[in-house]
Design a protein around this ligand. Structure first.
Ligand code: NAD
Ligand code: WQD
Length: 418
């Protein structure tokens, strides 16, 4: 089950899951996405399976706020019940009159035993993307963010527990490192932990780190930190959970077909989507926020990761969890490339891909920004056996494809540069 599966990262992940042979149930309330994303995913999956000698898995969709009471019926419709006739009391809360569905068939011998009803879900795991993500909006409307991102998660976890679904991959963010990112070196997961954790330092010596994080810069950032803390506490209380928090760095790019990409209802504020609006002419000029950072060209450095690599990271996380490689009932991983690029480098890469001059002007730093944010990727490489493969130029090429496909009136040869 993929919650928030029609959004930017979710849609690319659903496609990769289908390609891996998973049956997928998507739950999304379309608060920041459109239903036609579903048919785009299907089109690409059908194209993929046309070249394979395998049957395409199922793709189901429920348009639903994951906080709504109707989520319980969705989970119930994916549960199956079996009845054993061992002498045991009937499981509390599940009298036969409440059985919704039986996949394996109920075969009861009522002669001498009290039957036990066992509920099992056909949902083998959940990837949880559903959240609001605008840093700026979270400062203006913190309750909206805490309600969806944090309270929503708490109730959802209780529901999953009720149905015995304890395998979860959670969308976290490099934002949990807060101002710690400014240390200027790749960020290790140990910089933000939720319980005391012992790890091997670079020289091989054992070190213990204490829980905590440095200067989170927005309610959005705090919501992700709180979610991770809640997940870590839950896993500690019940080690039968397997929870993987993936801390994404800067997801960019899109599917190479140009059919699937970043298509939010919200006005874009991230660098590459904003550049795309300048390329289409919807925005006249890019504001470059801050040129006085301590970086090679003065503009901020980020670890831009192609969204398809990121999507593959989720497949790797599911596989690693199934193989017991994720070590703890709760474990956090950075998903990044380990390589930083400046804002100016991004601009140049998109100019190259589009063969157009992108108007830009230098303005002051944006409130809450950090100058440097790059992932240390070793933990993901070792335990998830995953690493990013695509480059910034791959991202730019794919974004340009998607932008042209959605905005065909951009003249092919107008204002050529470079
Ligand atoms: P997105 O807004 O494109 O996708 C989120 C999807 O969840 C949308 O389709 C939205 O309609 C849906 N949704 C939101 N609230 C919901 C609810 N209550 N019930 C059901 N559906 C709901 O965002 P994205 O960029 O794909 O991000 C996915 C996740 O990754 C989020 O949790 C986000 O915080 C996290 N993340 C994103 C980035 C990034 O830069 N894009 C970076 C780090 C972490
Ligand atoms: C990158 C760089 C900007 C727009 C944000 C969230 C983070 C995560 C990813 C969810 C910065 C500069 C941007 C523009 C610019 N999201 N920029 N002009 O800020 O690293 O991360 O998205 O978890 O939590 O904070 O990404 O793409 O917004 O900015 O100069 O019009 O580009 O100042 O230096 P950021 P970004």
């Amino acid at each position: 089950m993929v919650v928030g599966g029609l959004g930017y990262i979710g849609s690319h992940t659903v496609l990769e899951l289908l390609k891996e042979g998973y049956n997928v149930l998507v739950v999304d309330d379309l608060s920041n996405s459109y239903e036609d994303v579903l048919s785009r995913i299907s089109t690409l999956a059908i194209e993929y399976y046309a070249t394979q000698e395998k049957t395409m898995p199922a793709l189901h969709f429920r348009q639903l706020d994951y906080r709504s009471p109707a989520m319980k019926s969705v989970l119930a419709s994916y549960a199956s019940y079996s009845v054993s006739s061992k002498p045991a009391p009937i499981a509390k809360g599940f009298p036969f009159s409440q059985l919704h569905r039986t996949d394996s068939g109920i075969d009861m011998d009522m002669d001498d035993a009290e039957p036990t009803v066992e509920r099992q879900s056909r949902i083998s795991g959940v990837i949880h993307f559903a959240a609001y993500k605008s840093v700026e909006e979270s400062i203006r409307m913190p309750l909206r963010y805490y309600s969806n991102n944090v309270c929503g998660l708490v109730d959802f976890l209780a529901l999953l527990e009720e149905f015995g679904i304890k395998n979860l991959v959670f969308s976290s963010s490099a934002t949990v490192y807060g101002e710690g990112a400014n240390c200027g070196i790749p960020l290790r997961e140990e910089l933000c932990v939720h319980h005391p954790e012992t790890f091997l330092d670079n020289d091989g010596s054992e070190r213990q780190v204490l829980p905590g994080v440095l200067g989170l810069t927005s309610p959005y950032g705090r919501s992700k930190f709180m979610c991770e803390s809640i997940l870590a506490d839950l896993a500690k209380s019940d080690p039968t959970w397997s929870i993987t928090a993936l801390r994404y760095f800067n997801p960019v790019g899109c599917h190479e077909s140009g059919i699937l990409g970043e298509d939010p209802r919200q006005k874009p504020s991230n660098l590459i989507p904003v550049i795309a609006t300048v390329l289409t002419g919807a925005k006249p000029v890019l504001d470059v926020f801050g040129t006085d950072w301590n970086t090679p060209d003065g503009t901020a450095v980020r670890d831009f990761i192609h969204v398809v690599d990121l999507a593959r990271g989720h497949i790797a996380a599911l596989a690693a969890s199934a193989a017991g490689r994720t070590k703890a009932p709760f474990r956090a991983y950075n998903l990044g490339t380990g390589r930083g690029h400046t804002v100016r480098e991004v601009l140049r890469s998109l100019e190259q891909a589009s063969q157009r001059k992108i108007p830009a002007r230098e303005v002051g730093r944006r409130a809450g920004d950090v100058g440097f944010c790059v992932a240390e990727v070793q933990r993901a490489e070792t335990e998830l056996q995953w690493r990013a493969e695509r480059t910034l130029d791959d991202c730019s090429g794919d974004v340009w494809n998607f932008t042209k496909a959605r905005c065909p009136e951009i003249p092919e040869t107008d204002s050529m540069v470079c």
